[in-house]
Design a protein around this ligand. Sequence first.
Ligand SMILES: [Zn+2]
Length: 785
Amino acid sequence: MITSTYDGSSLHRSFGIDLGEIDMGAVESMGVGAAWGKVSPGRHSDPHQHDETETFVIVSGRGDLVVDARRTPVSPGMVLQFEPFETHYLDNTGTADLVFATFYWRDAPRASRAAATTVRRRFGDRPVFVFSTPPTPNGGLHIGHLSGPYLGTDVFVRFQKMIGANVWHLAGTDDFQSYVAECARREGRAPAEVAAHYAAEIAETLALMDIEPDQITHTSRDERYQRALRAFFSRLVDSGRVTRQEGAALFDGETGQYLYEPDVSGGCPTCGTGTGGNICEQCGEPNFCVDLAEPHPTSGSAQPRAGVIDRYTLPLHELRADVLEHHHVGRAPARLRELAHRVFRRERVDVALTHPSSWGVLPTQQDVPGQVIWVWIELAFGFIYGIESLGRTLGIDWRADAPQDDWKIVHFLGYDNTFYHSILSPALYKIASPGWTPDVDYNVNEFYLLDGDKFSTSRRHVIWGKDILSSESVDGIRFYLAQTRPETGRTNFTLAEYETVVQETLVGTWQRWLNDLGSRVERRYGGTVPDAGIWTPEHTAFLAALENRLGAMAACLGPDGFSLNRAAETLHGIVQDTLRFARFESAAADIEDWNDETRTAIALELAAAKLLAACAAPVMPRFAARLAAALGITPPAQWPALVTLVPPGTQVDLARQVFFGPPPEPWAPPAPLLSCLSELVREALRLPEGEQVADTTLVALGIKSMQAIALQYQILERTGADVSVEDLLGERTVGQLATFLSDGTALSDGTALPDGTALPDGTALPDGTALPGSRAPERAEVVGA
Ligand SMILES: [Zn+2]
């Protein structure tokens, strides 16, 4: 006999608690491990997961066992067992030590079963809040944005809805970003107006992409939000962790203006890459502007100077253990954990939480005049506020100031936001709501490139969603983005490759198969689904292959292994498997003796089409609904548990369906230039609609230089023509400017024209005059067309 008696004096630190060995001798040889455990009052063990099945026997003390966010009170005499991979920890809520014995062993079939039931694992019946990163309303959404958080969230939520989860897509706009104020200065408008304008454009693009969030917060237009944000900030300050502190900051060398975020750029102090203020897109690490290498202001040319300023500041390094523990609770991809490791390797990470700005929410605290609450606090708060707002519309009492452990939060974000989402936000939650254990899954995407280069609005290296999306193209775009979005590293979009995928994969393979299948059903069975007859071994094997595809699809749409790259691959795999099967079967298809086998083969091909409709529903909802309609079945609303046949006798209409339209022209040519330019001039100068401006110069119309800069930007934005402010303020009438632009002469790289070249209006340039402007004339041809 072996005995082991609990000895509180011979314990060692492990998993955040005190553990003592139990030598089980013979039992151990059967693969059962055992240990004593002790959790001190007010402490808890580290949340973790493993493949072993584990049993706790509670010996003394009181507390809660938390398994996948479900709390169970425990007391002496209780035995508790949990399944492989369940996230679990013991929380001592009592006043005495919580002592328990644990026994754990590997049960391979049990672990495999648990890993394979990806569908509801971890989420159970909890409310699931899925957030797409709130976009900054300083521009529309381009396909780089769309491929990342927005498509990811939409597909994730659609799948969760199909499996019956309580799930919602929460979105919003991050109105108080300094980038909105910067855009407002550029466009000569008020920041609130800019935010509203682009919020509308963003909503329009999301709708074109078939993305419909369940809840949207516009932070600058929500009074209740701003009050609640102030209260959240006050909780941070009241905790004593966030205090007013003097810290180094960067100021404009000439005007003394405080420089941060878009005001400044320089070399990242960590990786050296050129970056803007506060975050480096390359390595993901924060900077504090004053530590940038060779900082330079975005406007003006004076050398910035370092100074000091009092701001509310968080010593983030003090929350290192809390943030790292948080990453053990939900899904925290390796790239994210590695970033956290790097950030917390620093001795101190003092993060200013207020900044001097005229755009943002003022804190209740009056001792930092002219400073607003940093917008990245809004990010953290905005999520839980979004949950409260959603609750209000559903009649559920979810409160931002009392977040719940059973909330399952899922984030979709780009790597450049990882620091804010997964390091700063959990630290703020720990301070504002210390009793809350946020359970968050992070889905991080990398950069999507366009023709091998970063998307850039200022360089016009961009394809806007609204320019390429239509009811005909949306499924093709969603499929191509799913297939190529940057999940494990940078990937690349090219228009040519997208068109090839639509033509060869979707039209040339999927649609051709479906049309052909429809023709065969018409020819043999008058357009109705035949009943399966005799099954050959190959038929059975094909059904099994389809079942495998269904399982694979659930695995890549489920929360553990979510991947749209693999989802797109699996969808195409269904079609490829079926084409291979159909080719095999075709040899005997017209032999009368084998009719009963042939109708089984056709019924199975139709079952494959039905499976394709169900599996495609989260990824390509429009295609899925149309395919289901063509198969005579209801649109897929529930995730299928099995591959099933289309009911025999159903009328199908597949033969002539056009599921994937030809790709639209990526850019519509601008409206005739003069009317477009006249409209822009009227907008810039706030002239009445329809007022004729063609025969007048802009100076005569009273244009100011700020308005000219805004107009210059608008012309670039709308027509692609890069005209200099000097030209706008020159002697050309608006009509002559239109001709000037349409000729492409305005678009110049600074090279000299040949001697005496005549400009469109007939005036000759002096010898060797260089044309103004240095930006590349990317779209000159389109303007002239
Ligand atoms: Zn960097």
